[in-house]
Design a protein around this ligand. Sequence first.
Ligand code: HEM
Ligand code: HEM
Length: 285
Amino acid sequence: MHRAFLIFLFFIGITSVLAIGLRGCDYYLSPAANRAFMSDHQILKPSGLLGHGLGIAGAAMITAGVAIYSTRKRVRTFWNIGKLSSWLEFHIFLCLLGPVLVVYHSTFKAGGIAAISLWAMLSVAGSGIVGRFLYVLIPRNIKGGEMTAGQIDAQFDLQEKALRETEFGLEIVHQIDKSFAEMERPKNFVQTAGVFFRLRKLNRQVRHLIHSKINAHHIDHASAANLIRITSARTALIQKSILLLQVEKLFYYWHAIHLPFTAIMFITLALHIGVAVWLGYIWIF
Ligand code: HEM
Ligand code: HEM
């Protein structure tokens, strides 16, 4: 269900971006000076029926994307509604598609106070991609919240127990743990990047080892799938805990970009909307 919903969102996003892009490509690709003489100008310019509508739709999507995620994350009453990570996916969908619609609204040119809003919006959306990458490197519990040290240890114990119950599971636990035991925890951001790539390489080697063991022992399909599922979860958790301290620090600094730029975007957006309405641009209303 979840995967189908994500594919559906992706389909909607790509279709709208392509439909608008193809509809207006001649106009958007023309030099600004020539646009006023084009037949599409009346409809696609930032104050035109479609152009203005795209600005309103985009801004509404961004506002909803932020409000919905923040409310789910911060208001206790909503903590039991779905996983936080699923709400983050929805935040990402709305806050990726919204900016694209706003860029079409701007017709790829910017001036005045709207330009500050536009650049702040693009910085937030761009930084979001980095944030999402860091977000998934932090071990999360079933509700999507950050795992405590105790929860991480409990998870390791559970995995070990589950592996003990599988064929040659214990042997695999020891091999996985041994492979990662020599990996040092990074002490700064530069080391983090190095350790990250070394871990990825090691991960591939461990996966290869497990697959060759499975093939050598001719174990049945269901048991092999179970073994792969638990071992992948274990290697992922070990890697995340090795990187955890530095990734948490980076994620903390990342918030210092994502959040202030959001504030700048919304403040200048409010001024931009105020000026637009004051000048009489009220779209279809
Ligand atoms: C984050 C959201 C938004 C951003 C970043 C944004 C940005 C821009 C930009 C860059 C322009 C072009 C300025 C120029 O021609 O140099 C523009 C024009 C315009 N925007 Fe927005 N906009 C946003 C949302 C909105 C909304 C919600 C409205 C509705 C009230 C709106 C109404 C307009 C109007 C009417 C114009 C044309 C102004 C004119 O031709 O003088 N915008 N906007
Ligand atoms: C204009 C677009 C965007 C705006 C205004 C925006 C705004 C925000 C805000 C205000 C938060 C903090 C929520 C809270 O802690 O209450 C947040 C969190 C986050 N956003 Fe965005 N965002 C945008 C786009 C994106 C994009 C495109 C991505 C990813 C591709 C993204 C990824 C994230 C992540 C990973 C978090 C952190 C979640 C957490 O710490 O719980 N954002 N965003």
